[in-house]
Design a protein around this ligand. Structure first.
Ligand SMILES: Nc1nc2c(c(=O)[nH]1)N[C@H]1C(S)=C(S)[C@@H](COP(=O)(O)O)O[C@H]1N2
Ligand SMILES: [Mo]
Length: 262
């Protein structure tokens, strides 16, 4: 866990100022967004304990509950970025994602890039699960995709790797210092979990842009912000401190807990 709570002053100025801008009017978030805040440190220690307790008591490979089709009551509510405007994404979208590639890099034996067709030709899995957002809403939806584990195996994860960092196309936040692109991360237990899929289908349709086209990861035992949309690169690392503010994700950098387990 040291990698998760290690801090670095990397990007500190720009992103902390930025989070203050976006969350203006919400004192509690502003407050927790300050990395040297004492209350935040206590909360982070509690998060480490929660993470360890979940792994210990619930187990590494326990499945998230799956539902039946009749329990899907509405479409998956789009949230966060719903229409990325970065030039890279707009170019992909203009070509109907025909030039899209998912890249696996970092602590791997060989970097791998897969097209949408290659991903769709791998064994598919569908699962009807409940997405819980910290904002207080949930949606039951059917997700179709291919398991992340075998894709990681194609690249060959090096023994020292501990985390996957998920890099996304969308600029979730624009600051004076430039755009902040969405990212999050997981440990390898969640990455290799059987329900962790690179999804390209939602409720029997092609995954729409608003829900993360062309590929969005599902990590079913975690909260909404741990489900990266518009995913383009998965980076295997042994330390999260070099990304963003060092807490392992865009929302994590503002004070949300890293594990985000349900
Ligand atoms: N790239 C990216 N992924 C993201 C987000 C985002 O803004 N950008 N928002 C997160 C949050 S907070 C939630 S609740 C879900 C929303 O997913 P949905 O739009 O498919 O409902 O995506 C998560 N993944
Ligand atoms: Mo969310």
């Amino acid at each position: 866990m040291t990698g998760i709570i290690t801090r670095r002053n990397f990007l500190r100025g720009s992103a902390v100022v930025g989070s203050g801008l976006i969350l203006a009017g919400c004192d509690q978030f502003d407050f927790l967004g300050q990395r040297d805040n004492g209350v935040r440190k206590v909360l982070e220690q509690a998060n480490v304990l929660t993470y360890q307790a979940q792994r210990h008591w619930i187990g590494a490979q326990t499945l998230a509950r799956e539902y039946s089709a009749s329990e899907i009551r509405q479409g998956q509510r789009p949230n966060g970025s719903t229409n990325p405007t970065t030039p890279e994404y707009l170019a992909l979208q203009a070509g109907n994602f025909s030039t899209y590639k998912l890249t696996v890099k970092g602590m791997v034996d060989r970097e791998v890039s897969l097209t949408l067709d290659q991903l769709r030709n791998m064994p598919a899995r569908s699962q009807i699960t409940r997405h819980d957002c910290v904002e207080g809403w949930s949606c039951i939806a059917k997700w179709t995709g291919t398991q992340l584990g075998p894709v990681l195996d194609m690249a060959g994860v090096k023994p020292g790797a501990r985390f996957c960092v998920y890099h996304c196309y969308d600029n979730i936040q624009r600051t004076l210092a430039g755009d902040i692109l969405y990212y999050t991360s997981s440990d390898l237990i969640d990455a290799y979990h059987p329900q962790t899929i690179l999804s390209y289908g939602l409720n029997d349709q092609v995954l729409p842009v608003s829900n993360g086209a062309p590929i969005r990861l599902r990590i079913e035992r975690a909260l909404g912000y741990k489900q990266p949309k518009f995913l383009h690169t998965i980076e295997l690392v042994d330390d999260l401190s070099q990304f963003g503010l060092g807490h392992g994700g865009y929302w994590e950098d503002t004070g949300y807990d890293w594990y985000g387990g349900i």
